[in-house]
Ligand binder design. Sequence first.
Ligand code: RAM
Length: 567
Amino acid sequence: MEETLLNAWKEVTKTAPGELSPEEAAKRSLADVLVRRDGWLAKAEAALPRLFIRELKPRGIVRPTRDASAYQGWTMVPDDRRDMLSGRPLEPGDAFALDFGEHAVGSFAFSLVATGAVADAPVRLEFTFAEVPLELAEGHVADRTGGSLSMSWLQHETVTIDEVPCEVRLPRRYSFRYVGVEVKAGPRGGRFGFGGATLFAETSADTGKLAPLGAGTPLDSRMDEIACRTLRDCMQTVFEDGPKRDRRLWLGDLRLEALANYATYGNLGLVKRSLYLLAGTCDDDGALFSDAYERPVPHCGESRILDYTALFAATIREYLEVSGDRDTAEDIWPLCVRQLDFLLAEIDNDGVFRDGGRWWCFIDWEKSLNRQTAEQGALAHGFRETIRLGEALGRVKEVAFLADVLRRMRDGAERALWNGDRGLYLCERGGQASWMGQAWMVLGGLAEGERAKRCLEAAMADAAAIRPVTPYANHYFVEALLAAGLHAEAKAHLERYWGRMAALGADTFWEVFVDGDPLASPYASPHLNSYCHAWSCAPSFFLRGGFLDATQTSPVQEGCRELEKQR
Ligand code: RAM
């Protein structure tokens, strides 16, 4: 038998009256999960939200221009050929770009108009839908250079039209602000023109519910506005990670989107649907997958991320706190308990997480990050949240054993990971220090009080400590600063990271952002990055005081209120 904390527990647990041993809890929860699974999918279906549709017209014609000072080296400048939108006769080789004025998600329609002369051949147009100028300026080379994901994610479309005049609506949904139009082939001699375009923007966010941010610095308002737009465009029939790519539900992204949503659009039904979709697509062993697809029929993806699974309990507990929807939380509770079996199996007998290679340990996209310390904290956070959810549901006895697990993890971290001289938690192999390692130790409650402050400050002061590269991980860094009571640092970090994106002209916040490395990409091509990625909505959550529910009393929530007061 493997020397894991779970097995140790199974050996030693003497069930106290009324309590369940971990083994019994797991067995019972699996039976409950399998009985309920189909019902969960039906409930996901029943919670399908309505989409709000807005019609947007192009604001103007633009041209990408090289600008060394602009983000990724490209900026959009106005193009004075405005008559491109009102039927100026076109020739093969003509090209122009539309600017819709803001990022949006939806379907795209356009018209071709007659110019008087007979259109004696089909018209072949190529469209390039772009979230940022780079995609438009260099989209044609991206296809050739490739990347580590499929290039079919690039929003390129070639359309051949037989009859002019005509109205055409493209079949896919696109995520963009700019659209490049190029006449690839067609009749010569000015026999057709472009008659205009419409973007039918879709979202399940009711923007009418969005209260103004109120007081605050201009930068606060700017960051909040960008974050709200980002979230709006990712709120479709589930919380998508990014509407350009991967266009699906991810558990880790869901938690942060749900938090920002509570503070902004308050669409509780969408959280419920997303939770049920993940629950209903778990496997026959009751294991959650980290991503799920809605269509053509609900099904799971292929990823199982350890730190995402550990976030499931928190996502349910927060939903319960805000919505008061006890039925849903009680309904999915057995699935939460079931995950404990998988999570606990990753912790050795001495209370320390050591990567057994069975899971994808994510935390952040930074490649050089050794994830040991961060996962230790993320798992502890997951167990703490499971206890809190159990308390809220009056089911704490089922998971009472976790209190001791947490004690053992704290002792384990103390012995194996804490370095008192440097004031940092370090990974066992190689002794790496990272910002996220400290952040998750704090969030997992393994570092508290002065220790929490000390390790976060030590990481920030250590030039060699590995920094996070995604807004996702940076969100947790801010959460950790707030949990440690470092409010001013939290605000400063928000301004440094998200404020910098805003200063660089972000219309929506990006999937990855490394100041000084604008072409950074986890996928070996910045063209594959998503530039509207809702795990980056932190400013709205933090600046709007966190949850809608003012009774929240966690240190993070108090920190959020502190930031709100300071605005
Ligand atoms: C990316 C997705 C998503 C994230 C996973 C881990 O591919 O876009 O945002 O949750 O990776």
